[in-house]
Design a binder for this molecule. Structure first.
Ligand SMILES: [Zn+2]
Length: 150
């Protein structure tokens, strides 16, 4: 009797593990390591402002670094459910990476257009400029996003 209970207990642990594994894999976009902290920062700001649409975010298949046409720093493809950041953006520096991730998520999650704020300018600023105005760029972006949610 004890043996059967033990086997049953083990079996349910395995089943639960398999369930959480499959759910876990499906529920999160795949990230490139280089983008993880920028995505985390963006997500925290959206959550704190109460505008984070978790279901929509989790539908994104991947947010990764990958080759793009020379003129593009990043690209969000709503049909393919992917966001791609160019390796050249990674080389520019961490503020450029952050700005590009926020920009592409702005297109993908909120349908923001170019020119609606500094973060949504149609090309990246030099790294030093983005670093200097980073706080301002974020608050302007968040103001825009929270306003459109009211
Ligand atoms: Zn854009």
């Amino acid at each position: 009797m004890k043996k059967i209970l033990l086997i049953l207990a083990l079996f349910s642990v395995v089943l639960a593990g398999a369930y959480f594994l499959s759910v876990g894999v499906k529920e999160k976009p795949v990230y490139s390591v280089e983008l993880e902290s920028a995505i985390g920062e963006w997500k925290r700001y959206q959550q704190e402002a109460g505008v984070f649409d978790e279901a929509k975010f989790n539908e994104i298949r991947k947010i990764t670094v990958g080759p793009l046409p020379r003129s593009k720093a990043g690209l969000s493809d709503i049909n393919a459910k992917t966001i791609t950041i160019s390796p050249a953006t990674i080389e520019k520096g961490k503020y450029s990476v952050r700005a590009c991730v926020w920009h592409e998520l702005g297109h993908y999650m909120y349908g923001l257009d170019h020119g609606s704020c500094l973060m949504m300018a149609d090309s990246l600023f030099p790294e030093e400029i983005t670093a200097e105005y980073w706080g301002h760029m974020k608050s302007e972006y968040m103001e825009l996003v929270t306003r459109s949610y009211e």
